[in-house]
Unconditional design. Structure first.
Length: 94
C-alpha cells in the first residue's frame, strides 16, 4: 500500500479535497495573502491549494480564519474543506 493511500486511510475523514482554487479567485485573494493572514507559510498554502498536502485541523482553522479576514463573506469550515468532519460526527445513533 502506498504511503499516500495509507495516509488517507489513517487520516480518514480529512482528505486533501478543498475549495481554495474556487474561493480565492472569487474573493480576489492570493495564496501569498492567505499565507500571511493565516500565519502559515506560502509553501504550505500552495501544497494545500494544489491538493498535495492534507492540512491538520489546526491548519484548516488557521486558513479559515485568514480567509474570513480577507473575504467579503464568512465561510464555514465545510465551505473550504467539504469532507471535513469533526471527531464523533460518524457515530451511529441507536
Amino acid at each position: 500500500m502506498s504511503r499516500h493511500v495509507w495516509k488517507r486511510l489513517v487520516v480518514g475523514k480529512m482528505v486533501a479535497t478543498n475549495n481554495l482554487k474556487k474561493i480565492l479567485p472569487e474573493e480576489g485573494v492570493t495564496q501569498v495573502q492567505l499565507a500571511k493572514a493565516s500565519g502559515l507559510s506560502e509553501g504550505t498554502i500552495n501544497k494545500i491549494y494544489n491538493g498535495k498536502r492534507t492540512p491538520a485541523p489546526t491548519s484548516m482553522f488557521k486558513i479559515l480564519k485568514g480567509l474570513n479576514e480577507l473575504s467579503n463573506r464568512t465561510y464555514a469550515i465545510t465551505d473550504v474543506f467539504p469532507k471535513y468532519k469533526p471527531d464523533g460526527d460518524d457515530e451511529q445513533e441507536d
